[in-house]
Design a protein. Structure first.
Length: 299
């Protein structure tokens, strides 16, 4: 397997890297991957991950929910219930942050197309891109969405979109700095970038350590905190305007983590940790399992 070894921090360029955790791929292969941290800026990332041409096989499992849409089992049922609730919440967030009820929207990593479909039905002009051919086919069959492959990003003209969304996608993208540059180019001057990612400084991440399901190696390459993603935005011409917690994520992530740890009563244990994480995020939203970040271009 060809691997990508990071020798300098993609955030600050520092070369003082240290091994922080060793995590297991619980979905596809059972392989172990090391997480490294930059001692200069604190950014955490997966080291020696498969190169882009080979990482596809790590997604090829019916359990990978965002591509397969499986409803099998209690945890995936929870995922679907939360997703249906969040679709409306996300749509309202977009309208509020963009100060408009319709416009041109690009959804990157659209998966099976639920969000893109929801926004199109609300009157938005939607373009959607997705790497997985299986997920694109699902979106076409169920929503009649013409989802483009991820290579189509280069085909859009600068300033094409009022809103760009990445819902739990940024952590998957190999060419991280190039992506940020592309996002800045594709947005209008008053456009809004909305990014949702897991938060590796969250209550549940601290509780579970290397077992935390949202490390999800090697599919998740980058592991953000509110501080490090703000630094990425600033580096590429953005100002972080808002931060919103995603407290529901803690329930699903905790249940999945308990399953990986092979504990009994995974549903109940996950619900208990999810509840504790919920209250922790109420006290301090930066402790939420996942966060939504709203970026605007610097003037």
């Amino acid at each position: 397997m060809n691997k990508f070894t990071i020798k300098a921090c993609p955030l600050c360029g520092g070369t003082h890297l240290e091994r922080a955790l060793t995590c297991v791929d619980h979905y596809a292969t059972g392989e172990m991957f090391h997480l490294c941290r930059c001692r200069d800026c604190g950014f955490l990332f997966t080291q020696d991950f498969p190169v882009e041409a080979e990482i596809g096989r790590y997604y090829e499992t019916p359990d990978y929910i965002s591509h397969s849409d499986t409803k099998k089992g209690a945890m995936n049922s929870v995922y679907h219930w939360v997703r249906n609730y969040m679709l409306g919440s996300k749509a309202r967030l977009v309208a509020r942050e963009a100060h408009r009820k319709e416009g041109r929207l690009l959804d990157i990593g659209t998966g099976t197309g639920y969000f893109a479909d929801a926004m199109q039905r609300r009157g938005w002009q939607v373009e959607a891109v997705e790497k997985s051919a299986q997920a694109r086919a699902f979106a076409k069959e169920h929503f009649n969405l013409e989802v483009r492959p991820d290579t189509a990003l280069k085909d859009f003209a600068p300033g094409s979109f009022d809103v760009i969304t990445l819902w739990h996608v940024m952590e998957h993208l190999e060419h991280l700095n190039e992506v940020w540059e592309t996002l800045n180019s594709l947005l209008t001057d008053k456009g809004v970038l909305i990014v949702a990612v897991p938060n590796c400084s969250s209550f549940d991440a601290q509780k579970y350590g290397a077992y935390w399901a949202a490390y999800d190696v090697p599919r998740h390459l980058w592991h953000f905190t509110p501080g490090t993603i703000q630094q990425f935005g600033s580096k590429h011409g953005f100002i972080m305007a808002e931060r919103h917690p995603m407290p529901f994520d803690a329930f699903y992530v905790s249940m999945l983590t308990e399953k990986h740890m092979r504990h009994s009563c995974t549903f109940l244990r996950g619900m208990i940790t999810g509840t504790l994480a919920w209250f922790s995020a109420l006290v301090k939203k930066e402790r939420s399992s996942s966060m939504i970040y709203v970026f605007r271009k610097k003037n």
